[in-house]
Design a protein around this ligand. Sequence first.
Ligand code: GRF
Length: 189
Amino acid sequence: MAKRKLGILISGRGSNMAALVEAAQAPDCPYQVVLVASDKPEAPGLAWARERGVATFAQSPKGMPKADYEAAIDAALRDAGVEAIALAGYMRLLSDNFVQAWHGRIVNIHPSLLPKYKGLDTHARAIEAGDSHAGASVHIVTEELDGGEVLGQTEVAIEPGDSSDSLAARVLIEEHRLYPRVVAQWLNR
Ligand code: GRF
């Protein structure tokens, strides 16, 4: 069967993007990464992708209406033949228009056990609350922030003395396992 064409949106380091690209090397992986796009032309993840021969696109939203910025991202994704989008540390809210145009075809990885801790500072909030576990969730992107159907989750125990940085580092390792596996299942379903 033809591989599904995945586009990935990043804003920074792109370690989850890298995990998705590396997993796509497997012959039985149901997707190929056809574009990595960013709102930050200097995002380290873009350089990483470029070095590996993955097509990249960058468009800063500075000084332009949000609709024009998103139209440029949308055009780049469509030109690349993208069928599904994975957000990987993309730090910008997508407009309702964009989400509706790609309805049901965008996923995100969020560093908490959703529905707990939507938004930012998830690990600090989990530690502060005295939770026994933190984790990460892969979910469908809808108009509601971090609110779409959860497709997969992984739990990570919070250790005594954990800081949000130490916890984030352990969760990130699990994110890199979780995201490619769940994206593959999602695209196979
Ligand atoms: C990850 O913690 C992810 O869960 C969140 O943003 C971070 C991105 O890291 N959405 P990276 O850019 O993938 O390394």
